[in-house]
Design a protein. Structure first.
Length: 403
């Protein structure tokens, strides 16, 4: 795997300094920080981002004379948006697939350090590039005394911000919490190890359609998050403090105690909205179908259970009512209470959508993908009015980012 030192060459007069890195015992005296990096990483290939003006300056002459093995990467001045994109392209072209990069922001002009960091962030994803180190030779922090050492600031840990952002985005969009695990789990932070484990459990339940378990696991996650708030974070974990509020906002509507069937029904409705809001329409409608059985069970018996015979009986009653609706048997349908007539119509809609989705549209009349999304949203929007006469209020039972 290639290692590349990606640095910059400017037009200013570089003052010599004795650079000292915490990772390397040997100080290096030079005016161009890339020289020190090359001394510390002799196996690496040095590439200097340089404009035409910089390359024609005394700095360019110095590089050509003393370090002819340093490769120049031609870049524009970056004065316009078009030039900024050209500069981005030059940097990305300079870093081959799978490379390891040591990025030096010491001599970067204007927006060059920011553009370089963004380019490398992009390359981490699309070209499997590893950002090994990010260095800044802090000339302005050199003590005012003869022979003083100039500190080298290692900014590599800030690359972790990208990982935290990606992990939070992945969980927000899909429910997959796997990217949090390597960021949270550390030997000295037991509270955050617990958060990592519970995030993983909730994520697996969301992906595995474990509907009855999700309110419990969401409740547990809220508890470990609360405990973690009172603990301490290691330096690299600080970004998680900003993520916790977002996590709680997404998870709280999905949580409910095991001994309150009404709250659990509300949490399961929130879960349907959560699935639909992320385009998981088969899961949303499959859960809706089971949920409607639970609502009838709760309405009739005051509880919800997983007893198969009991749920099958209620399901059979629903099927008989839907058949009366489909056959146009006005007499059979009107024999139902008014509130169950509305419920039955919506139940029929949910079942049709669920069957269409679970059979991947292998039907004579294929419903278009855009229509599926619209119909699922419409069905979920209709559920609160359909179950309100049965004593179940759903207002406000929806998580952040729901449909």
């Amino acid at each position: 795997m290639n290692t590349i030192i990606l640095s910059a060459l400017g037009t200013g007069a570089y003052r010599e300094a004795r650079y000292q890195s915490e990772h390397h015992a040997e100080p290096v005296t030079t005016g161009l920080f890339a020289v020190a990096l090359h001394r510390w990483h002799p196996q690496a290939e040095v590439k200097l981002l340089a404009t035409d003006m910089a390359w024609k300056s005394a700095n360019g002459d110095y590089v050509r004379e003393h370090h002819p093995d340093f490769e120049r990467v031609r870049i524009p001045e970056g004065r316009t948006e078009a030039e900024a994109w050209e500069l981005f392209g030059a940097m990305t072209d300079a870093v081959p697939l799978g490379s390891r990069v040591i990025f030096d922001i010491t001599h970067g002009l204007r927006s060059l350090p920011m553009l370089g960091f963004l380019a490398l962030s992009y390359l981490r994803v699309v070209r499997n590039v590893t950002i090994e180190r990010v260095y800044y030779g802090a000339l302005e922090l050199t003590p005012r005394e003869e022979g003083a050492l100039t500190p080298v600031v290692d900014l590599t840990s800030l690359v972790g911000l990208l990982d935290w952002a990606q992990a939070a985005k992945r969980f927000q969009d899909t429910g997959d919490a796997s990217l949090f695990k390597p960021l949270l789990e550390m030997k000295r932070t037991a509270d955050y190890n617990a958060v990592s484990r519970q995030l993983e459990v909730l994520s697996l339940n969301l992906a595995g359609n474990r509907g009855p378990c999700i309110p419990d696991e969401a409740q547990k996650l809220l508890r470990v998050l609360e405990t973690a708030r009172r603990g301490s974070l290691e330096a690299h974990q600080q970004p998680f403090a900003l993520v916790m509020d977002q996590l709680e906002g997404q998870v709280r509507p999905l949580a409910a105690p095991a001994d309150d069937p009404k709250l659990r029904l509300q949490a399961e409705y929130a879960l349907m909205r959560w699935y639909a809001g992320r385009g998981h329409y088969p899961q949303a409608m499959s859960l809706a179908r089971e949920w409607l059985i639970s609502v009838r069970q709760w309405h009739e018996l005051g509880r919800v259970s997983m007893n198969e015979e009991e749920r099958e009986r209620i399901n059979d009653d629903g099927k008989a009512a839907m058949k009366a609706l489909q056959d146009g048997s006005r007499e059979a349908l009107e024999a139902l209470p008014v509130h169950l007539q509305t419920f039955t119509r919506l139940n029929a809609t949910v079942n049709r959508l669920r069957n269409d989705l679970m059979h991947f549209g292998f039907k004579e009349e294929l419903t278009g993908a855009r229509q599926i999304a619209q119909k699922v949203t419409a069905a979920l929007d209709a559920l609160p009015d359909a179950v309100r006469p049965l004593g179940l209020e759903l207002d406000g039972a929806a998580p952040q980012g729901s449909a």
